[in-house]
Design a protein around this ligand. Structure first.
Ligand code: ZN
Length: 444
């Protein structure tokens, strides 16, 4: 009953009210509310969704007896489930569907209703207000519209924020750059790679006094943030963590002092870490607490992170997710060990003379495995120096990989491209495995 009253209060509250109460909510209350909502969504899903009913029945799970996630034992939902049975998850009439690319070639589908989009938009607007965005600010939303969700989520956040906004979509960054002074935009939303291109234009042609750059939908390279903050004087770069499956922002950096972690929106998501290692890193697993069209219960989203329990210096009561350590389904067994995209990010991050656009392709040369580095060489730089630095980084950061290379378990090859040539599509696949099938892609 109290939970129902709390839900009603939330549905009536404005983003401003949500923002105002956000740092005063006691942790115990957040935890209690999340547990209540969890029990509710489990029972609801059992009653209304074919998928959950069949699964729970086959595992002898009585939803009325479930009090916490661990009461579901080994029950999880996976990307494979929503590739194969998306419509069996449905509990009521959906209004909109989004897709995300999968590594298997078949796309994941997420269905939502308009009121759910509005709900998540309100919480996202509250998140922006918490972080210091104000009604008087002017925002340009350059997240991609169409089949993927981020453009729509940005749009819904704008609708609730009360600010002046432009739904630009992922257009040529020059188009947005030209309009920044026309409308005095001071907040820009977009994918990190798009924001990097916008900043390159500003570095060359002059920058404007932006207040916030908010990135999401992919990782921001380490070196990009300080560089952006230098090019746009006074700007703060913030990142959010979201996916098509979360259908909204699941976690966010509220302030500069939150660096190193994203505050989880614990009003809407219950997050667990599955199979944690000794440091607490494991697979991010979440339950959607408010969605009723296609609720996801204990969804294993393949990202690897850990939960930071300690209170953040910013004062918000919400727990944080540490920066992602890559995705568990990107891991490839190759070159005599496990390799994954983040490994190459570490190897390439301080190599002078190349851009941040790169791709590693695993191939076979007859039977010999080849790790091919596709790099964009900046004008006038020495390919030999780049190679030397890469080898020295492999040796110091990944001695096992170095050893396998030295003993010729695999070969390396280097292909140098001109800047702008490596990225050919919307997402740049960092690690591509072409050894045994025509083309199997890992990573985004
Ligand atoms: Zn914080």
């Amino acid at each position: 009953m109290i939970s129902k009253i709390a839900d009603l209060a939330i549905s009536k509250a404005s983003p401003g009210m949500l923002a105002a109460i956000s740092n005063k909510t006691p942790r115990a209350l957040l935890d209690w509310k999340a547990r209540e909502s969890f029990c509710e969504v489990v029972r609801y899903a059992y009653r209304h969704s074919r998928f959950y009913r069949q699964k729970f029945d086959s595992l002898n799970i009585n939803p009325d007896k479930v009090r916490k996630p661990s009461d579901l034992g080994g029950f999880y939902t996976t990307p494979q489930d929503i590739v194969e049975h998306a419509e069996d998850f449905l509990c009521r009439q959906p209004h909109m569907v989004f897709e995300s690319s999968g590594t298997t070639g078949r796309n994941k589908r997420i269905y939502v209703s308009m009121d759910e989009l509005g709900h998540i938009g309100k919480f996202n607007a509250a998140g922006m207000l918490i972080g210091g965005v104000r009604k008087t600010d002017r925002i340009v939303n350059a997240f991609d519209f169409c089949i993927w969700i981020p453009g729509m989520i940005g749009q819904k956040s704008l609708e609730h924020s009360g600010m002046l906004g432009m739904a630009a979509g992922k257009v040529d960054p020059m188009e947005v750059y030209k309009r920044i002074p026309t409308y005095n935009f001071n907040v820009v939303l977009g994918e990190p790679t798009w924001l990097i291109r916008l900043t390159e234009i500003a570095e060359k042609s002059g920058s404007y006094p932006l207040k916030f750059i908010i990135g999401g939908a992919e990782e921001m390279p380490d070196a990009a943030r300080p560089w952006m903050e230098k090019v746009w004087p006074g700007v703060e770069v913030r990142m959010v963590y979201a996916s098509v499956e979360s259908a909204g922002i699941m976690a966010f950096e509220a302030f500069r002092k939150c660096a190193g972690g994203y505050h989880i929106d614990e009003n809407n998501f219950l997050v667990e870490i599955t199979d944690p290692d000794a440091e607490g890193y494991g697979e991010v697993t979440f339950t959607t607490l408010a969605r009723r069209t296609m609720p996801l219960i204990r969804y294993r989203n393949r990202d690897i992170s850990r939960i930071i329990e300690e209170r953040c210096p910013c004062g918000l009561p919400y727990r944080k997710l540490a920066r992602m350590r890559g995705r568990s389904d990107e891991l490839v067994v190759a070159s005599g060990g496990n390799i994954y995209p983040l490994m190459f990010q570490e190897i390439l991050k301080d190599v002078d003379g190349i851009t941040s656009e790169w791709q590693i392709v695993l191939k076979l040369n007859d039977i010999k495995e080849v790790m091919e580095f596709n790099l964009e060489l900046k004008e006038g730089r020495s390919a030999e120096d780049v190679k030397r630095k890469i080898f020295s980084n492999i040796k110091s950061h990944y001695p096992d990989l170095w050893k396998n290379m030295e003993i010729a378990i695999f070969e390396t090859s280097f292909v140098y491209h001109k800047p702008g040539e490596v990225r050919t599509g919307r997402k740049l696949l960092r690690l591509v495995d072409r050894r045994y099938v025509k083309q199997e892609c890992h990573g985004e």
